[in-house]
Design a protein around this ligand. Structure first.
Ligand SMILES: C[S@@+](CC[C@H](N)C(=O)[O-])C[C@H]1O[C@@H](n2cnc3c(N)ncnc32)[C@H](O)[C@@H]1O
Length: 352
């Protein structure tokens, strides 16, 4: 018989996880329906006032608020029967322009939970679940999940950490952003470096459509293009910089993609590879960030790569040695960790 105290301790932890998993749907709804946004900075509100502000049905809003109070995301004053979203909580759940915003991770949940049937089949028969098979919320959620981090550090820290790259971008460079998704990384770089031209590629047509819209809204139409293209045969030549933001490990054939980089790079061009900061050693990932990455790898990164029938299915924690080896095989012999954050490792990759 296992030790009873240890069983109770573990039970408590799993019940808390299960409660958080149940609550995730409400959090996603709060983001989608603008409930957190409406509460941000609004002070104490009754459920009627919040329903009025959001155009939602009061009875539902009251139930949603009760769930939020149970999770201590929202505070309730029983005397006035009002609810407050503290400013500190609004910074995490309501304002997508802040680096502390994590709403995108909740938007991804529907697509991940919704893929359970397809995932179960893949686990049984060794097939994959293609990026397109997950619901549309996946691409939308992934883009929103990564955007705050890119906004906080891409231009400020990551590009300056790449040898010689910032100066080239300032003078005027040609850049390919491969697996660009909704193009937030592409647009951020384009805004920061007005002399340079940027080309975003992704094999997912709805993402390219969203990226084109983003660039048009930012008034970048003349310097930024987005095209549907696979990572192993994206068009162009003589790029000064090719980037992979959180996607190299998602490819069924990262070697073919890096080979294409080698073919299309200018003589002294660089490749920026952004990967999750998570260990290849499972026991080193026992913390929330490690758990998030390891968990999304098991239900997204690995199956999506398996669906591409490539020679690799790396998952999102292959470790830098595995990636470095693949790069060297295709002639990209220089591999250096440029900088790292809590969530990402940024590699500076070149021919020499
Ligand atoms: C985790 S998302 C990252 C998207 C974007 N770079 C970002 O940081 O928000 C992975 C992206 O890789 C794209 N992708 C996966 N396999 C691909 C392939 N073989 N060729 C081109 N794009 C691919 C997906 O469509 C998706 O947009």
């Amino acid at each position: 018989m296992p030790d009873e105290n240890r069983v109770m301790e573990f039970l408590e932890r799993v019940v808390a996880d299960n409660a958080a998993a149940f609550a995730g749907v409400s959090t996603s709804l709060g983001i989608r329906l603008g409930l957190y946004e409406a509460m941000a900075g609004a002070g104490a509100l009754t459920s009627e006032e919040l329903a009025e502000k959001t155009g939602l049905v009061e009875r539902y809003v009251r139930e949603w608020l009760a769930a939020q109070v149970a999770g201590a995301y929202v505070l309730h004053d029983s005397e006035t029967n009002t609810y407050v979203l503290p400013d500190a909580h609004a910074a995490v759940l309501a304002d997508s322009s802040l680096p502390t915003y994590v709403g995108g991770g909740f938007t991804m949940l529907k697509a991940l939970y919704g893929a359970e049937e397809a995932l179960a089949s893949a686990y049984r028969n060794g097939g994959g679940v293609s990026w397109q098979e997950y619901g549309p919320e996946l691409a939308e959620g992934v883009a929103a999940f990564f955007k705050p981090g890119y906004e906080a550090v891409l231009v400020q820290e990551w590009l300056p950490a790449m040898e010689g790259v910032e100066a080239k971008l300032r003078r005027g460079a040609s850049v390919a952003d491969v697996g660009c998704g909704f193009g937030h990384s592409t647009v951020l770089m384009a805004k920061a470096f007005p002399e340079s031209r940027f080309h975003g590629f992704d094999f997912h047509p709805p993402s390219i459509e969203a990226a084109r819209k983003l660039a048009a809204e930012a008034g970048l139409g003349d310097r930024v293009t987005f095209e549907v293209a696979a990572a192993h045969d994206f068009p162009g030549a003589a790029y000064d910089l090719v980037t992979f933001f959180d996607c190299l490990h998602d490819l069924g054939d990262p070697a073919a993609a890096l080979k294409r980089v080698e073919e299309t790079l200018a003589d002294d061009g660089s490749c920026l590879v952004v990967e999750p900061n998570v260990s290849a050693e499972p026991g080193e990932n026992i913390h929330p960030i490690g758990r998030s990455f390891a968990s999304t790898s098991a239900v997204l990164c690995l199956p999506a790569a398996m669906a591409q029938d490539g020679p690799y299915a790396l998952g999102n924690h292959p470790g830098q040695d595995a990636l470095k080896e693949i790069a060297a095989e295709v002639g990209l012999n220089h591999w250096k960790l440029a900088v790292e954050t809590l969530t990402n490792r940024i590699y500076d990759v070149k021919r020499h």
